[in-house]
Design a protein around this ligand. Structure first.
Ligand code: AMP
Ligand code: MG
Length: 349
């Protein structure tokens, strides 16, 4: 299959491009498109024949459910069984935006979309291209991140093409995404809302809006507990991983720099890389050193994280040393992704 590339970065011919993209979705095809979190790989989420194509293109395990994307609040009525009060408050506060809510699904949502679950995840993205595409398609758009399963999520159209060129009908280039981390997922089906995946919307922000909220025990501790099964099925898979062997070093920056430099010196013959920060970059002596942003600005770290991990692959990094970050607020989501990238390979210094 030839993947059509449509460039909407300059804001020209947007209507025409989105019309074409919407036609593909309506007729059962796949379109990758930008959202404010990461690029999504979209199909008609109510079409049992279209949804399996997403799993096939990504190499995604079939028990890992998809998020349905809507463009207006009314569109939720067809796809969920009931809307708890708390969901109205959260939608009012955070939609459109990087928050996904899990509801009891209605009968029209196929099990292929929900990975066999009785629940369905729904989000209203704020990205203009995403929302306009969903509106034009006129169906809820199932869209997981537009990467090959296991690789870092795509934050640019180039990332999508490097994983999925030839496997999908179209990619819409809307430039680099804003946030760079996937949405926060909150299950609103129980008495107390539960965070299933941390993201840009933090636990503090949620509890400010609705009072009590919990975080799923299986993701509360950044390293997995074999006895706890994550309630978002996708959270159990190895994910966001670069090809090189990656280790996170947590501790005071001066100590981390010293130990990583000792380790790179021992890794002769292998191409070494360091995921550094603006504050520490100049002190490292590895083959590749990339700053993911400033420690003072966790939003910039979230924004650059996946692109940095992909750059290590592009440059052939074989051994990757990463600094760790403060785990409060947005830092918790950053460290959640980083721990998975490193396959939970962590050294406390
Ligand atoms: P992605 O869109 O690639 O970021 O993946 C979607 C995430 O949403 C995965 O971690 C899924 O496990 C999670 N998810 C989707 N639907 C549900 C659901 N009904 N219940 C719990 N988690 C879900
Ligand atoms: Mg994903």
């Amino acid at each position: 299959m030839k993947t059509e590339y449509v460039d909407l970065r300059d804001g020209k011919d947007v209507k025409e491009g989105l019309y074409k993209a919407a036609e593909i979705i309506k007729t059962g095809g796949l379109v990758a498109f930008p959202t404010e979190t990461v690029y999504g790989l979209g199909a008609n989420g109510l079409d049992e024949n279209a949804v399996p194509k997403i799993y096939e293109a990504k190499g995604r395990p079939s028990d890992n459910p998809l998020i349905l994307h809507i463009s207006e609040f009314d569109e939720i009525e067809n796809i969920v069984k009931e809307i708890p009060d708390v969901a109205f408050v959260l939608a009012d506060e955070f939609w459109p935006g990087p928050l996904t809510m899990v509801f009891k699904k209605s009968d029209i949502v196929p099990y292929r979309t929900t990975g066999g679950l009785e629940s369905v995840a729904v989000r209203m993205p704020s990205n203009k291209i995403a929302r306009e595409l969903i509106k034009t398609a006129g169906v809820p758009v199932a869209a997981p991140s537009a990467n090959s399963s296991g690789r870092p999520s795509p934050t640019k159209a180039d990332h999508v093409l490097s994983d999925l060129d030839g496997k999908i009908d179209m990619v819409i280039d809307g430039g680099t995404v804003d946030i760079g981390l996937e949405s926060t997922i909150v299950d609103v089906t129980g008495e107390v809302p539960v965070i299933l995946r941390p993201g840009f919307i933090t636990e503090e922000m949620l509890s400010e809006a609705i009072g009590r909220v919990k975080t799923d025990d299986a993701v509360k501790n950044l390293s997995p507990d074999k006895d706890l099964k994550p309630k978002a099925p996708g959270m159990k898979y190895r994910h966001y991983a670069p090809q090189g062997k990656m280790t996170i070093y947590k501790g005071k920056p001066e100590k981390v720099v010293k130990i990583i430099n000792e380790e790179t010196a021992k890794s002769e013959g292998k191409k070494t890389a360091v995921l550094a920060t603006d504050e520490t970059k100049r002190y490292y002596k590895a083959d590749i050193v990339i700053s993911v942003g400033s420690r003072e600005d966790s939003e910039s770290i979230a924004h650059n994280l996946f692109d940095t991990l992909r750059s290590f692959d592009d440059m052939g990094a074989e051994i990757i040393f990463s600094e760790g970050f403060d785990e409060s607020r947005l830092g918790f989501a950053i460290m959640n992704r980083l721990h998975k990238s490193a396959g939970y390979n962590i050294v406390n210094v």
